[in-house]
Ligand binder design. Structure first.
Ligand SMILES: [Zn+2]
Length: 206
């Protein structure tokens, strides 16, 4: 079972690497192994060629439980801990650094990015003819636990309207009840980001 989780994350990492979302070892992926533990990509490993030894199992307090060959967890594991603590339905979390996600952070107003009013948002759980959805955009910090703390404070107040969030000039995070759902959510958010960038280039409203 835990091997299946890691195999799923390996496949997702190779896919996202090919899309240019995880270049230069950037980004991190995780999957819950039980209610209070998860597997996460180890720090500094190339995402197009992960092995089963390139994952670390840790709990929601940050304690590492399994670390093959002394691997260290992703430096951004605290973001995953915060989301798993606050979002019980999150079973898989994908955090990537894509070009469009970073461009779209510039379009945010007061920490919120208005997503385009597209039918596609149905796949993110918003069913409306012309949906009005604001994605939270958190400030970036060199000390990643500061980012995680800001996300956790916000999510404790209210979860985002869609299963994802942006970190300004850093990347996007999406989650789901399994790997397939998390991938769909990430793809749909990336679609929205590409749309917003194209709309800006064409000088049309979203
Ligand atoms: Zn990151």
């Amino acid at each position: 079972m835990t091997e299946d989780l890691r195999q799923g994350l390996r496949g997702a990492a190779a896919d996202f690497y090919q899309r240019g979302w995880m270049l230069g070892t950037a980004g991190n992926l995780s999957a819950r192994s039980r209610a209070d533990r998860f597997w996460i990509t180890a720090s500094g490993r190339p995402k197009d060629r992960l092995t089963l030894e390139d994952f670390v199992e840790m709990d929601l307090t940050g304690q590492v439980h399994r670390a093959p060959d002394g691997r260290r967890p992703s430096a951004e594991a605290s973001i995953h801990q915060a989301i798993y603590r606050q979002v019980p339905d999150a079973q898989v979390i994908y955090h990537v650094h894509s070009v469009e996600a970073n461009l779209c952070g510039h379009f945010a107003v007061d920490g919120l990015l208005r997503l385009p009013s597209l039918e596609m948002l149905k796949g993110l759980g918003v069913a409306a003819a012309e949906p009005q959805v604001d994605l939270p955009v958190f400030p970036n910090f060199v000390e990643v636990p500061q980012i995680a703390a800001a996300m956790e404070r916000s999510f404790a107040q209210a979860l985002p309207p869609v299963p994802g969030a942006l970190i300004h000039l850093h990347g996007v995070t999406a989650w789901g009840r399994d790997g397939t759902a998390a991938r769909h959510h990430l793809e749909l958010l990336e679609y929205c980001f590409r749309y917003l960038v194209q709309a800006k280039l064409l000088a049309i409203g979203a």
